[in-house]
Design a protein around this ligand. Sequence first.
Ligand SMILES: Cc1cc2nc3c(=O)[nH]c(=O)nc-3n(C[C@H](O)[C@H](O)[C@H](O)COP(=O)(O)O)c2cc1C
Length: 293
Amino acid sequence: MTLKNPIIGASGTFGYGIEYEKFFPLESIGGFVTKGLSLRPRNGNPAPRIREVPCGLINSIGLENIGIDAFVRHVLPRLEGADTAVIVNIFGSTVDEYVELAGKLDRFRRIDGIELNISCPNVKAGGAEFGKDPLVVRSVTAKVREATDKTLIVKLSPMVTSIADIALAAQDAGADAVSIANTYPAAAFDLRSGRPFLGAKTGGLSGPAIKPLTLKLVYDTYGRIGIPIIGVGGVTTVEDVVEYALAGANAVQVGTASFINPGTADMLVRELAQYLAGRGIRRFSSLVGTAKK
Ligand SMILES: Cc1cc2nc3c(=O)[nH]c(=O)nc-3n(C[C@H](O)[C@H](O)[C@H](O)COP(=O)(O)O)c2cc1C
């Protein structure tokens, strides 16, 4: 997959793409990742599902989505004219579900890539996250790889002992890139009721609060794998984009920042071009991983 620029809308914060058409032309950004899709539609968790905290938010959406069939029938045709990379995020509760999802998406030309969300419970492994164990990551990635020729991106969980080992497992099994990373487990409590604030009790932390944590994960992984890294965590300003590049990211995804200003991704494309031109940097890729030296 070739991106026209390194700015991508992040899964779960960019709807199915079409919701953002009223804010800016989708073709201005490198691409976007859809909300995570499953075989069947899901209602998600009970409300409240979002809690704003200093420098970020905790969400417990619970992977609400319209289901893969509604997506390909009703949304995909509306993306036909958009000259931007369409990356479909998928998740399942068994390896077979991931394979079935990837197989269903493989025949659509409009889909440029598939991103595997492996921060979900593996029902057959007693609910342990797929993304925690390199052997499981290897197995789910390899099986999905057999089901599709699309660009395959594995989105890693940040809650692992060695992120580079997980990234290596994904690479060895045929992933074309890794996204680093998903949200961090977090909680918030309501002092009046004395109970957890979120309906699901706990959720995942995102936004500027997590940027230094995820930057470190990218930095730790760069040089250990040969495939590109997409940095995802707290990207809000053009300086954040450049920091991720220095740490080793070839592209970034913009998540929570789009909830502050839905035009953020579009703004970053323009500001990045200005930033690079102002410093005589011809190619963004020349910055990638330079902090390692
Ligand atoms: C409301 C919300 C919903 C999300 N839904 C998904 C999802 O369906 N699949 C997924 O892989 N990541 C999901 N994420 C994680 C984001 O894609 C991203 O990895 C994370 O928020 C960190 O980036 P940020 O700090 O820029 O938001 C979601 C995040 C938020 C805030």
